[in-house]
Write a protein of this length. Structure first.
Length: 484
């Protein structure tokens, strides 16, 4: 009974999310950068506040608005929005000077987050102004920038968080990437505009190429669909989702090794146009998706190694957990005993940091422990998943992409328990103990039961979910530390 009630609370927490909906007070920052200058801070030049009329609009607290690190959202029929207001055509620019809309994808929708003006001075230096923001982005300022005629780099302070953009001019648009709090990475496109404010851009809208994207990801050959889509729409951020979807389906579509390499190479070539950080992320993402379905550990390890070699030290530290997952899976599923133990060590560290973070890691460690004859450890790991039914369902969904026979962790723990004890007597008590231990990873000690004469007072609590998601922390007044 105790386990059932607590499970209900966990499930409720998993599906609730809050958004403050407060109207921000965006800032305009003026700064100068010479060709190849040292980076300067916005505080050297002062700020003032742009004025614009605000309307209702979507909140960018949605993690899909600022990050490509999640599974692609393909529930496209429920995501349909009105088409964007079309401006008169603007001749392709040969310089970054001019006004630009900062556009990201959220599912198959496009969301305009900011309006910038890049002004070129007589001495060929550039000034960056933040003219307007999407209404639910909290206090935004430009901290620093570095701009020349064909490339743009700037850092935004958004409430208590930081977002860094890098991009380059290509075919009239600025293609680049945004790194949020040095962790989450997203492709971003700056679109030329004549707009003076964002009054017409507060609502998300369907990406113009949405229908072709749906055709690419729902066709019989998703790999060829993704490659064709990226060629037909070289400036579409939806191509990243198309490649990610195709990589996750290579086993289901029975692609051979050469076809998978061709798909990944097309993905990397496309990502390279959006900057070095997107190239690194694409290699990590491809390695992650392929390693999860146990596709050629040697190939996925090559992708991991490529990403590691391209990283700077700050990236290597900030993205360690992101790269340790495919690296750990690639090693543990390889044929080298020392490598397997190294991979298990990486996965154990991820598991210990976030015991309920991913059921796949826990299940892989359980299988490895069972293979090594460590029955007690294997039982406890299988039990960690089975006592939380939602985790078990998520795991089964992930494992279904691998093909082969699926066995529930609850069945595995029962099998090992019976093998060790001869029957299932005491199994329920063992599962209760594992459940209580798992809950302690994120819940404090329960208070003592209320006394009969304690009254009938009601406590109103505000529940914060996604506490480790930087975009969701935009809704809060201060950074939320990562739980241990």
């Amino acid at each position: 009974m105790k386990r059932s009630i607590s499970l209900l609370l966990v499930l409720v927490a998993a599906f609730l999310c809050t958004a403050c909906g407060k109207t921000p007070e965006p800032q305009e920052t003026v700064g100068k950068s010479q060709p190849d200058p040292p980076i300067r801070t916005a505080s050297e030049n002062g700020t003032d506040t742009p004025k614009t009329e605000k309307g209702d609009g979507p909140s960018l607290s949605d993690p899909n608005a600022l990050s490509s690190n999640t599974e692609p959202k393909l529930d496209v029929d429920d995501n349909s929005q009105k088409p964007a207001k079309v401006e008169p055509p603007i001749p392709p620019r040969t310089s970054v000077a001019g006004k630009w809309l900062f556009v990201m994808n959220r599912g198959t929708n496009e969301v305009t987050a900011f309006l910038f003006d890049i002004i070129e001075a007589a001495d060929k230096s550039f000034t960056l102004k933040l003219l307007d923001t999407q209404q639910n982005i909290l206090d935004t300022k430009v901290k620093q920038f570095n701009i020349d005629a064909t490339s743009v780099q700037f850092t935004l302070s958004i409430s208590e968080s930081e977002a860094d953009f890098e991009g380059a001019l290509e075919d009239g648009a600025i293609l680049g990437n945004l790194v949020f709090d040095q962790e989450q990475t997203s492709a971003v496109r700056l679109v030329a505009t004549r707009a003076e404010d964002m009054a017409a851009y507060q609502q998300p809208h369907d990406a113009p190429e949405r229908d072709e994207f749906i055709e690419a990801v729902t066709g019989e050959n998703k790999a060829e669909g993704a490659k064709k889509f990226s060629i037909d729409h070289p400036q579409s951020m939806l191509a990243f989702l198309a490649f990610e979807e195709a990589l996750g389906m290579v086993k289901e579509e029975s692609l051979d090794h050469a076809a998978v390499e061709s798909l990944a190479d097309s993905y990397f070539k496309f990502a390279d146009r959006w900057g070095k950080r997107m190239q690194i992320f694409a290699h990590i993402n491809a390695a992650t998706r392929l390693s999860k379905i146990q596709f050629d550990p040697k190939l996925t390890l090559q992708y991991v190694t490529f990403a590691e070699n391209m990283m700077t030290e700050p990236q290597a530290t900030a993205w360690k957990s992101m790269i340790d997952l495919p690296k750990g899976l690639s090693l543990i599923w390889g044929d080298n005993a020392d490598g397997q133990e190294q991979g298990a060590g990486l996965l154990r560290a991820l598991h210990d940091d976030q015991p309920l973070g991913t059921a796949m890691i826990t299940n892989v460690l359980a299988e490895y422990a069972e293979k090594k004859g460590q029955t007690d450890q294997a039982m406890e790991l299988y039990a960690e998943i089975s006592v939380l039914p939602q985790l078990e369902q998520i795991l089964m969904s992930e494992l279904s992409q691998q093909g082969g026979e699926l066995t529930l962790p609850s069945e595995n723990v029962a099998r090992l328990w019976k093998k060790k004890h001869g029957n299932t007597q005491g199994l329920d008590h063992f599962l209760d103990e594992v459940f209580a231990k798992s809950i302690v990873t994120f819940a404090v000690e329960p208070v003592k039961p209320r006394q009969p004469d304690a009254g009938n007072k009601v406590v109103l609590c505000e529940l914060f979910t996604g506490a480790q998601c930087p975009p969701q922390r935009l809704d809060w007044k201060q950074p939320i530390p990562k739980p241990k």
